[in-house]
Design a binder for this molecule. Structure first.
Ligand code: BGC
Length: 374
């Protein structure tokens, strides 16, 4: 645990938002989700992929590269385990809970051990592949160091995509989630499209991506919009926005109706809730989701609204220049449930490096970021 999480540059500047990421990145490349929050001292593939993207856009390509290499090492050092999971799945079996790859690792890249935490999540591997390809394209980077890891990730996802697992929020492990499936489809398509994988692996990745797209349209759409999980009621989850931006997976009408449902149910004065039933820390608004929506607005020419999202995030920095996981002020969906989390884990995670990464992405989309190499 790092005692002092403060950035070095003047708090409130965009450079300071990057400093927080750089300050806490492990020398081996992993990013802790939050350096001061006991249970977030791990590096998640999901959080980290977005953090790396933010850092990369802010000029810290070296930091992003170190993270992507960390991911590649995590995967290649588990090649045997991954091959065994894939062969179990292909023969119709089910891997044990200890075999599945976790969502997060220690900063050194080790499994965290048997903590019983909600660890089986597939989405991070897809998000990583997608944003790795974005990084390589941006820098015309050498794909060679990533090929074996990408092959393992694609084989894993192509075999496992239809398995229920915890979602982006580490909840509802018995469902197949729209946002998770979007991450997987996006990652598989990116790896194939960039030529990171070839031959039979590419064939399997392409087939799985097509099957995911078909399954989502068959089981994951109500009233013309995506829903939180396959076969679920018509409720949305803001993580579904990723299917629009950055993943770009949806046709016009499905995208428009999904966006409208999220705006209608989850957007409140610049802040975005995760989903209506959320009770975690009382269910406040999440900066990472405001940035995700703002990113989509910026991509689709709704610049004034994108600016508003960035402005809302500007107001969330602590005096020390840190962004939290949830907005401390404003309407909560389940105010009576906040105290139990405060008692369990202490104050809400701050700084959340994923919030910092997303903030940088949005500022960059709006041309408001100094991207001088650092
Ligand atoms: C969130 C996850 C996130 C983790 C670390 C959890 O509370 O639900 O999405 O990956 O924190 O930031």
């Amino acid at each position: 645990m790092v005692a002092d999480p403060k950035p070095l540059s003047a708090p409130g500047t965009r450079r300071a938002a990057l400093d927080v990421i750089l300050l806490h990145q492990h020398p081996g490349g992993g990013y802790p989700a939050c350096p001061t929050f006991e249970v977030y001292g791990y590096s998640w593939f999901r959080d980290g992929a977005f953090i790396a993207e933010g850092a990369d856009r802010a000029g810290a390509a070296r930091s992003a590269r170190a993270f992507h290499k960390w991911c590649a090492r995590v995967l290649t050092s588990r090649a045997e385990r991954i091959e065994s999971i894939v062969s179990t799945l292909r023969s119709g079996g089910t891997p044990t809970s200890r075999e599945w790859l976790p969502a997060r690792y220690t900063l050194e890249g080790e499994d965290e051990g048997d903590t019983g935490w909600w660890n089986f999540q597939l989405d991070g591997y897809g998000t990583w592949l997608h944003l790795l390809v974005t990084h390589l394209r941006r820098h015309a980077g050498d794909p060679e160091p990533y090929r074996e890891a990408a092959r393992l990730a694609c084989e894993y996802l192509a075999a496992a995509w239809n398995t229920p697992c915890f979602d982006w929020w580490e909840e509802d492990s018995h469902q197949r989630h729209g946002a998770t499936l979007a991450s997987l489809e996006a990652g598989l398509r990116a790896a194939v499209g960039a030529g990171l994988v070839a031959g039979d692996t590419a064939d399997r990745a392409r087939t799985a991506a097509d099957e995911i797209a078909a399954a989502v349209r068959r089981e994951g759409v109500r009233d013309g919009h995506l829903v939180k999980w396959m076969g679920g009621p018509d409720a949305v989850d803001a993580s579904l926005l990723a299917a629009l931006t950055p993943f770009g997976l949806l046709e016009h009408s499905l995208a428009g109706k999904t966006l409208a449902a999220v705006e209608r149910d989850l957007l409140h004065e610049g802040g975005v809730y995760r989903y209506l039933e959320d009770t975690f820390y009382g269910g406040g608004r999440w900066p990472v989701l405001s940035a995700l929506l703002g990113w989509h607005y910026a991509r689709t020419g709704r610049l004034r609204e994108a600016e508003q999202m960035l402005h809302w995030m500007d107001g969330l920095f602590t005096e020390d220049g840190l962004l939290p996981e949830q907005a401390p002020e404003g309407r909560r969906l389940a105010p009576g449930r906040e105290q139990e989390w405060l008692d369990r884990w202490g104050p809400n995670a701050t700084p959340l490096l994923w919030s910092h990464g997303m903030y940088l992405i949005l500022a960059h989309e709006l041309g408001e970021l100094d991207s001088k190499p650092v």
